[in-house]
Design a protein around this ligand. Structure first.
Ligand SMILES: O=C1C[C@@H](O)[C@H](O)[C@@H](O)C1=O
Ligand SMILES: [Co+2]
Length: 295
């Protein structure tokens, strides 16, 4: 029986980091096309209704499920209680929707949302103090997740203090494995220049959620050479769906299967929907994943 559940993220239809990208695409179009392309799960996007009854009905009509949703923590910039209060609200919404994992990324000093800040030259590095605050705060949030039998998965991310292999290793070392798990995002690791397969093998026992993101390496190089920001890179098309970029996903699925990975793997490919038709790219991803993994 397949242990990997295949899903897709709404960011290919409308990008919550830059909502003008795909502003014309509706919630209904998004989930209908996800289902049409052969996916059975997704994460929550900014256009999804927050009314549980309405959202559940719209999803069940299409045999779709909620896998998770992004949560921004501000442990480095605000009192812990502020993040905890917002986290509990987010957790309870996801719990009602039947999700088992909560995606968290620290945004207190992240540059990912700054359109003019060079991605590679300005990445934040945590101070010793922050290397205490962030893991301690995440352990506490992880405990809140456990109250509802849910799992906190930390999203390493370009332009944040947890981007590189070394930083991921350190976060995993400083957090409690019973409270904090890892989200593996292939696109962010390759974009950062990390050995993405080594990271996967090393942390496979902590990985409880996967984002399948591909990269166009030529465009990543351009972002680096021209000192462009993360958002400008996304607009240019540095990310795409699996099967359309430079990453070979065969070895990724081999490692997941060899280790009996159980959980969601979601295609996540932010690019301009006016250039990359979301349904066409979702279908492209679906058939590529079938080809390399049999799923
Ligand atoms: O999981 C993700 C959510 C987005 O908001 C983010 O910027 C993207 O790059 C990502 O990996
Ligand atoms: Co991601």
């Amino acid at each position: 029986m397949a242990k990997i559940q295949l899903g897709i993220c709404p960011i290919g239809w409308t990008n919550d980091d830059m909502p003008d990208l795909g502003k014309e695409n509706t919630f209904e179009q998004c989930i209908s096309e996800m289902a049409l392309a052969g996916f059975t799960g997704c994460e929550v996007g900014g256009k999804f209704p927050r009314d549980i009854k309405i959202l559940k009905k719209a999803l069940s009509l299409r045999n779709m499920n909620i896998a998770s949703a992004w949560f921004s923590s501000f442990l480095t910039s605000k009192p812990y209680e502020v993040t905890a209060k917002a986290f509990i609200e987010h957790r309870d919404f996801l719990h009602e929707m039947g999700a088992k994992v909560i995606v968290v990324a620290e945004q207190g000093n992240s540059i990912q949302g700054q359109i003019e800040t060079p991605l590679f030259a300005s990445k934040p590095h945590y101070t010793d103090e922050q290397w205490k605050t962030v893991p301690e705060g995440l352990d506490k949030l992880g405990l809140l997740a456990k109250e509802k039998d849910m799992t906190l998965v930390y999203h390493h991310h370009m332009g944040t203090g947890v981007q590189t292999e070394e930083e991921i290793d350190k976060l995993m070392e400083l957090t409690d494995p019973n409270l904090v798990s890892l989200l593996y995002d292939s696109g962010h690791l390759v974009c950062s220049g990390e050995n993405h397969l080594r990271v996967l093998e090393k942390h496979i026992n902590r990985i409880k959620h996967v984002h399948l993101k591909d990269v166009r390496k030529k465009l990543v190089d351009k972002v680096k050479e021209e000192n462009l920001s993360f958002l400008k890179g996304v607009r240019m098309g540095m990310f795409t769906v699996p099967g359309d970029g430079d990453i070979d996903f065969g070895p990724i699925f081999d490692i997941l299967n060899k280790n009996d990975y159980t959980g969601w793997a979601l295609v996540e490919a932010e690019q301009d929907p006016a250039v990359a038709n979301p349904l066409e790219y979702a279908q492209k991803a679906r058939s590529y994943v079938k080809e390399v993994s049999g799923l």
